[in-house]
Design a protein around this ligand. Sequence first.
Ligand code: SAM
Ligand code: DTB
Ligand code: SF4
Length: 411
Amino acid sequence: MWPKTTVFGQNTRTFFLTLLLYLTPFLVVYYRKRSFGEHLFFEPSAAIPLTPEMYTLSQARAIYDLPVTTLLLRAQEAHHRHQDPAGIQLGTLKSIKTGACPEDCAYCPQSTHNKTFVEAEALMETDSILADARKARETGASRFCMGAAWRCVRDGRQFDSVLATVHGVKALGLEVCCTLGMLTDTQARRLKEAGCDIYNHNLDTSREFYSKIITTRTYDDRLTTLQNVRSAGMEICSGGILGMGESVEDRLKMLLELANLTPQPESVPINALIAVKGTPLEDRGFVDSIEFVRIIATARILMPRAMVRLSAGRAQMSLELQTLCFAAGANSIFLGEKLLTTGNNSAEQDLAMLGELGLHPVSPAEARSFHSATAIAHDNAHDDCGMPYFTESGTWARACKEGTEKECLAV
Ligand code: SAM
Ligand code: DTB
Ligand code: SF4
């Protein structure tokens, strides 16, 4: 039945069988994509390993838009690879200088432009802050984050006092974080020398939406401070607020700004707007829960080694929503009944919640050693395993460099 003629010098039957053999994988890919959708499918050969600075909006959007089941699975994969999956870092916030801030941040109860419940208070004395830090440590916090309602740090008596406080908090065995507004290079170095481990300075939103929220400083001012923080050897804590009227694209652009920093921030706080009476945003409804969870999951996937902080707005969230946020990759919360000026859940409530969910507090040292251990293990196993990859069409996929679908053996 097979003609005796030859094709390319081969017996025709051998030729067609060989052709079928070569085409089989492509046919399988085609039919699986048709049946399950591209997002479920790994395409090692088409996968482009991207370094973080190459993430694009269409890639972030492709992640964000995954069916929520797949999105959570992908976020969980990143979470289990790079974090203690049951570990939650506990930090306590303290406003050490409250209100009367000259900046016009539309969300902020501490701005002089907004007439809110906040009463201005001068910079606290070191001893008084240290007493609060001790209490935070007794309650279970391992990080103490001090916030000042300043546009920027000014050299002089007040900054010297902050440096002494930082030194004292560090001596208590707590990890020290500060958020004091803009910093020069020299100020960043002095803070680091005094013992400050992390500096919090949020981008808050996308470059495009930023000018609708703040006019008294620029996006690039924020980025310059982040650069100064990095050069001084401190870790970067930078994130933003959801629910100010920004679009999903604005939120993704903010995540991209952060994910494309080299190295990426070690901490990414995601705040839900607390619509404070007397601010221009007082009438904003609470951010959509599912959109919030999607952003947490996208942050976890884009920045797998960062601590993703479930920050402001948690007191307004149900236990179920917080649980979804942890499932999406959030692994840090603020402990204690006050954030800077607004309310938070009580420490007892939060510790009970962690117990109920089977989660446990993780110290910064434990979290860091986990991150570096997984980094070394993965580097030894195969270079890029565990990082997200994107196909040429912008679909998220996972593969390793050798072009196989090996599971990472390192964890
Ligand atoms: N003045 C410093 C600065 O702006 O960097 C530090 C303190 S500031 C209060 C720290 C962050 O708190 C802001 O960047 C913002 O993300 C967050 N924040 C302030 N008010 C908020 C609100 N009403 N709801 C949610 N987050 C808020
Ligand atoms: C961050 O992103 N959120 C925290 C911390 N960094 C400093 C501050 C939240 C403040 C919420 C409003 C208030 O309590 O004043
Ligand atoms: Fe509030 Fe900080 Fe803006 Fe000042 S700079 S208004 S404290 S967010």
